[in-house]
Design a protein around this ligand. Structure first.
Ligand code: AMP
Ligand code: MN
Ligand code: ZN
Length: 788
């Protein structure tokens, strides 16, 4: 780094020397990796010692390198097979490499800065991200949770649908009272399947967003107004009601403003808006949204004013965060992300717009910073300010381009922006069942099967189906603790850890939990004993219930040995399979896009709809009668779930948790519409029933192959949108250490485009290397064994 005195020619020589050596090293290590080193070590003890010594030396060199490049981190690789093969220990290495590449990138940009500006006659401005000075962002630094200081405490109970947080409705076309009416207060069942969406409070500005006109000026091309000089201006820090009022007064005179947010989602259940950046043509403001959380709905005077255009870049999540934390809604949104799409730019990022239209080179360094930190370091403030400082000028340029093309283009962008502005936040528990909602509603967990969100996890991590009760109970435990302690589920128990725990074999004790070969989170360590008991009990109970099921199947009333289906006759078998899948497709409402698991037992075929919404219904196919018998194992199922629930409740009581579950139909139908309506409803004391009794099903109802209201088959875009996000782990997304592995992941990654919800709560943890096509059931053999 201090080679400023050496001439360029000698620097080139260094590269000429290093490169071949590097390539040779990579070759050697690859070929070494292809050998069975352990075998050679076992034959020759001298060789074994040599290899271990070399490995240790290499590890030390690596650790030295890490220390040199990143003095803030305590990253250190430990020697040992387990550490080297574990994803968790490689993560920090990925981080270090990322930061090295970032620095290289920066250095190259700095080096080419002069020549570029000469060539193009204009100079690129650089964000000082602090990488040349001491780091302003200290990732390890402990922050006390800002939630503790909130005037209105966080309510994770989900005892009612999400209530809009605003206290009045400025610029209303439809009155405040009318928009706060609960919709769908009673769930409706058809064939015991819920057919209408759970109750919800509508997005209060939905109507205004669609019907208030944008200001006429938006339709006219204008000479772009230059941004104020970057380096000679600063932002006003707003963290008191007085400063807020002043800012609002200044904004009232604007015809357009730029807005952006910074968000934190690790040490909180739903997430926290930490910062709001606002710029008009004159001034930048940075608002402390943690300090002013309860005051900021005042800003609706500006945000809901149709005459003031709000320019955001990629407001998809901002719209959700604004209403969730601050009770803010945006009328007259112009999203420059939508404009980038309609204009067909090669990239849709803000960084691209800044570089192309504002000659400003930003850095990704703080995208994932801990924005809860106070006071914010100058580089972090600079980063935040740059997100809105140039945006109005960019808006001018993009608008001109859109108008230049043809008027339809601008209308398209405004239409798309309005769809974004209308999005609604909802708790996971009240997630609408309707297809294709992911564009309209955002929940913390966006699973394609909201009743059993853990199915995704099982599929992703290739967990065998018989482990489902354990996965379910761990998932619910994790959710409960996360809500209680207001932490993210990935802080409480990363997916990988959950799956590892679920895969433990019975019997399970505390030591077994603590000794899993993965990172064990603090919460899991603290609750190890309870978790061990819960897992152990669940495993034992599952086994017992399975035998109950077998007994039911052996019930003579169902037994018809005459109609034996020869399972060795593959033709017959596949015919029956086809018919069964056909029926299941027709009966689409019974299932939730799940492939039924076929169980074959001597004379009959069963479709175990175990993975569907009705886990206790089984279809029996009778070849001779060409008919299906629907079996109801509700009792057994309820008993099993009750046991799980008791386990959970015991835990909850033990750790002083109020079980937050209430049935949907207990939501008060006539909500008094007053200012109080935004306050959490008093929790009823009714005994929670997690799994409602299902009385409408006739256990032995005979159903035949008859077409009923076939559901339109989901194809293309629609199917893709509904597809649950195959967890993209943003924290790891760019890391080269993991990328290759993720790419190998198969089906979902290759063929399905993920519905865009980058901050969904399911995004976490290292991903499994492989994924099976079908989930093994583990039951077929059970039945055979018992019967013989
Ligand atoms: P931005 O719109 O770039 O200002 O981002 C707003 C917030 O979104 C940030 O404060 C982060 O919490 C989150 N965010 C942005 N980019 C990413 C990313 N690549 N991965 C995860 N979170 C992100
Ligand atoms: Mn943003
Ligand atoms: Zn930002």
């Amino acid at each position: 780094m201090s080679s400023s005195s050496s001439p360029p020619s000698s620097e080139q020589d260094i590269f000429a020397d290093v490169l071949p050596k590097l390539v040779a090293t990579i070759r050697a290590s690859s070929s070494l990796a292809a050998q069975d080193v352990n075998f050679y070590k076992s034959v020759d003890s001298n060789l074994a010692e040599d290899i271990d010594a070399s490995a240790k030396r290499l590890m030390n060199i690596c650790n030295d390198l890490i220390r040199v490049t990143d003095d803030t981190s305590e990253t250190k690789m430990e020697f040992g097979q387990e550490n080297i093969t574990s994803d968790v220990s490689w993560n920090p290495i990925g981080n270090v490499l990322d930061s090295i590449f970032e620095k290289i990138d920066y250095a190259f940009d700095q080096a080419t800065k002069k020549s570029v500006s000469k060539a193009e006659g204009k100079s690129l401005e650089y964000l000082d991200d602090g990488s040349q000075t001491t780091s302003g962002n200290e990732p390890g630094k402990r922050t006390t949770k800002p939630q503790l200081k909130f005037k209105t405490p966080i309510d994770n109970s989900e005892s009612h649908p999400f209530k809009p947080k605003l206290k009045s409705k400025p610029h209303a076309l439809i009155s405040f009272e009318e928009t706060l009416q609960l919709k769908n207060p009673k769930p409706k069942y058809e064939d015991s399947i819920e057919v209408i969406d759970p109750p919800f409070y509508p997005q209060p500005y939905e109507y205004e967003i669609d019907n208030q006109p944008y200001p006429d000026a938006i339709l006219e091309a204008t000479k772009p107004i230059p941004s104020k000089d970057w380096s000679s201006t600063t932002a006003i820090w707003v963290d008191t009601p007085e400063e807020l009022t002043k800012m609002i007064d200044s904004l009232k005179g604007s015809t357009e403003i730029a807005v952006d947010l910074e968000h934190h989602d690790y040490r909180t259940y739903y997430g926290l808006v930490c910062l709001m950046q606002i710029s008009n043509r004159e001034q930048d403001w940075i608002v402390d949204t943690l300090a002013l959380r309860d005051e900021l709905s005042e800003l609706n005077i500006i945000f809901a004013d149709p005459q003031i255009v709000k320019v955001f870049h990629g407001a998809f999540m901002d719209i959700i965060w604004l209403q969730r934390d601050l009770g803010l809604y945006v009328v007259s949104l112009f999203d420059t992300y939508c404009a980038s799409k309609v204009l067909g730019f090669p990239k849709f990022s803000l960084a691209y717009l800044l570089e192309t239209f504002a000659n400003f080179k930003t850095s990704k360094k703080y995208q994932l910073a801990d924005w809860r930190i106070r006071p914010l370091s100058p580089p972090m403030l600079a980063y935040a300010r740059s997100d809105t400082h140039f945006l109005l000028n960019i808006y001018d340029q993009l608008r001109n381009k859109l108008i230049e093309k043809d008027n339809g283009k601008l209308q398209e962008v405004l239409y798309d922006s309005r769809q974004v502005a209308k999005r609604r936040f909802e708790y996971t528990k009240y997630r609408p069942l309707t297809n294709n909602i992911s564009n309209k509603v955002s929940c913390p967990v966006m699973s394609s099967n909201p009743r059993e969100p853990y199915n995704n996890l099982m599929y992703q991590y290739n967990v065998p189906a018989f482990k489902k009760p354990v996965v379910e109970v761990l998932y619910k435990w994790r959710d409960l603790i996360a809500k209680q302690e207001d932490e993210s589920v990935r802080y409480i128990m990363p997916n990988q850890l959950l799956v590892t725990l679920a895969n433990l074999d019975s019997p399970v004790d505390t030591q077994k939990v603590l000794n899993v070969p993965h990172y064990v989170s603090e919460s899991v360590r603290l609750h190890a004993k309870e978790l061990a008991e819960l897992i152990d009990k669940t495993l034992k109970h599952t086994e017992a219930s399975d035998w109950d099921l077998v007994d039911k199947w052996n019930n003579p009333s169902v037994n018809t040995t005459n109609d034996a289906l020869d399972i060795h006759d593959t033709k017959e078998l596949s015919k029956a399979t086809d018919m069964l899948s056909n029926l299941i497709e027709i009966n689409g409402t019974l299932l939730n896009n799940q492939i039924p698991q076929l169980l074959v037992n001597e004379s009959k075929m069963y479709s175990n709809i175990y993975t569907s919404e009705k886990p206790h219904i089984m279809l029996e196919f009778d070849m001779k009668k060409n008919a299906f018998v629907k079996h109801n194992f509700e009792e057994v199922y309820q008993e099993r779930l009750q046991a799980l629930w008791d386990g959970l409740k015991e835990l909850g009581e033990h750790s002083n948790v109020l079980i937050p579950e209430e049935e949907i139909d207990q939501v008060e139908e006539d909500v008094e519409v007053t200012a109080e309506a935004s306050q959490p409803a008093p929790t009823t004391t009714t005994k929670p029933t997690l799994f409602p009794q299902d009385k409408e099903i006739d256990p032995n109802e005979l159903i035949t192959l008859r077409k009923r209201r076939p559901q339109p088959k989901k194809t293309g875009q629609a199917a893709q949108e509904e597809e649950e996000a195959p967890s993209v782990d943003y924290a790891n997304a760019d890391k080269i250490m993991i990328t290759s592995k993720n790419k190998r992941g198969g089906k979902q990654n290759k063929n399905k485009k993920r519905a865009f919800d980058p901050y969904g709560k399911e995004s976490e943890g290292p991903k499994p290397a492989k994924r099976a096509k079908t989930v093994t059931t583990g039951k077929t053999s059970t039945f055979k064994n018992k019967r013989k």
